[in-house]
Ligand binder design. Structure first.
Ligand SMILES: [Zn+2]
Length: 229
């Protein structure tokens, strides 16, 4: 093979790797507003739960948060809201914030504009059908976004929310989270499926540990308000 072809292939491959890495950046996207944490001196932190609502674990987590007097933010999928409407209403009526986590949870990197519109707008409609009137934020499935998704969100005036503390990265979820939270942090957790037992078990320890350090728990709209001033 001619050297020039090897160089071209290498450049294309590098470009692809860079695009792939950029698509999962938690701190940057091409269009619109993205928040991964808020710079503040206030001892505030936001607990966020992705996926669901599930029939199996929604009541468990809602009761747990009530026991600890914590309001959290749940990024739900439109498909699961539609199928498990009673559980979605349970989260809403308990006073938690509901966010948009797409309709069927695809990786939206090379997704077409019409598919992006379905994923975002039909989920917004499902959330509104619950009677939810607050601002609706968006969390991309797998943190993935590239061109059409951010462009659509910007056009709709929707802010993307990622995280600065991926709790499940820690060998011990609670210890890792408590050590890595800073004022204004956003914690990512998954508690809706059977496979997430260790995450569910970590929640009380995270709440108690962060409170012991002087933190109070806020929702995403409350946190974002601090940034907007
Ligand atoms: Zn998810």
């Amino acid at each position: 093979m001619k050297k020039i072809y090897i160089v071209i292939i290498a450049v294309l491959l590098l470009g692809f790797i860079q695009i792939w890495n950029y698509s999962k950046s938690t701190t940057s996207q091409l269009f619109g507003d993205l928040v991964h944490r808020v710079d503040t001196d206030e001892m505030v932190v936001a607990l966020t739960f992705d996926d669901g609502p599930s029939t199996a674990y929604t009541s468990y987590i809602v009761d747990l948060l009530a026991e600890h007097d914590v309001k959290a933010t749940f990024f739900l999928t439109g498909d699961e809201i539609t199928r498990n409407r009673a559980q979605a209403l349970e989260i809403f009526k308990a006073g938690h914030t509901i966010g948009n986590h797409s309709f069927t949870h695809p990786r939206m990197i090379f997704t077409t504009p019409s598919e992006v519109a379905h994923q975002v707008d039909d989920t917004t409609a499902a959330i509104r059908s619950l009677g939810y009137e607050g601002e609706i934020f968006f969390r991309p499935p797998y943190g993935k976004k590239l061109y059409f998704l951010p462009r659509h969100l910007e056009a709709k005036g929707i802010t993307s929310i990622t995280w600065d503390v991926d709790a499940e990265r820690g060998e011990d979820i609670a210890t890792y989270t408590i050590e890595n939270v800073k004022p204004g942090s956003i914690i990512l957790l998954h508690v809706m499926y059977q496979s997430r037992e260790t995450s569910r078990q970590a929640v009380p320890e995270i709440i108690e540990g962060l409170r012991a350090k002087g933190y109070r728990f806020v929702t995403i709209p409350e946190l974002v308000k601090l940034r907007r001033g």
